[in-house]
Write a protein that binds this ligand. Sequence first.
Ligand code: HEC
Ligand code: HEC
Ligand code: HEC
Ligand code: HEC
Length: 176
Amino acid sequence: MPVERAFGPAVPTDRPLQAVEIHRPSTLGVVDTDLKDVRGTPIGVSCKTCHGSPSQELTRGAPKDFHRGLKITHGQLSCTACHDQDRSRLHLADGQKLDFDQVIHLCAQCHGTQYRDYSRGAHGGMSGYWDLRRGGRERNSCVDCHSPHRPAYEKMWPVHPPKDRFLDWKETHEQP
Ligand code: HEC
Ligand code: HEC
Ligand code: HEC
Ligand code: HEC
């Protein structure tokens, strides 16, 4: 006897493709604080608060040693490899300015292999519809997973090692 199967209605082939959107982390381009507003939303400080003046000097009253000690673990890169003179923006090696939400193009500049894999769906994950005629899809931004200042994942064992009956003897046997 053949197995009965139920299929949903076919999607018309002429239906327009829905959009693929790249997620924008809400903390992008602000300095996080421990403070929360009345609704419990975390408060971030915009870069312009201190780096607002066109002459690139710090705004009067800005704390002088703020994030001066920030250490980064990302090759030998200096801050200005990514951050523009206008601190509320990033820039590419050729000087082209990028807004913070275009950060993927910054990463792609040096990590072409991963960007190619990402563009083809093999890196970075996604959620939503495989068939874009049925609905949209959301992709992560590189900085959803990688901190730009410390991007590498810690090495780890994927599972607990098997328990060794003889080495773990003490756990299951009372000491004499
Ligand atoms: C509360 C004040 C304050 C805020 C907010 C702030 N900064 Fe700064 N920033 C400073 C101070 C102070 C320095 C060190 C003095 C300088 O180099 O102008 C600095 C320096 C820097 C430098 C240069 C570091 C170096 O060693 O050359 C970068 C890059 C930078 N800030 C990026 C940012 C970005 C991006 C933001 C927003 C996400 C931001 N800052 C928000 C106060 C601030
Ligand atoms: C590889 C590129 C890259 C380098 C190098 C880099 N940054 Fe950033 N930085 C970014 C990006 C992208 C963001 C936004 C990420 C976010 O807000 O989630 C950011 C966010 C920040 C912020 C705001 C968020 C936070 O962590 O407080 C500050 C301040 C900052 N950078 C300062 C610096 C300073 C100072 C240096 C040098 C010591 C530096 N950055 C080096 C790419 C870089
Ligand atoms: C100007 C070039 C440049 C830019 C821009 C840049 N990177 Fe890197 N990245 C490097 C270099 C150089 C290394 C160090 C490679 C090494 O140590 O072998 C590195 C290392 C890494 C690593 C760790 C690789 C590993 O496993 O050791 C990750 C992950 C990474 N970057 C992600 C990012 C992301 C995400 C962005 C965008 C926010 C970015 N990079 C922007 C040059 C860059
Ligand atoms: C869903 C989370 C996620 C997103 C989004 C993501 N990555 Fe990764 N990335 C990873 C993981 C997990 C690894 C593997 C870490 C390991 O094996 O040690 C990795 C590894 C890397 C490496 C190290 C080289 C390697 O293959 O081991 C680089 C460079 C990198 N990613 C760049 C990027 C760039 C550029 C983007 C954006 C276009 C991006 N990643 C988006 C999770 C992500």
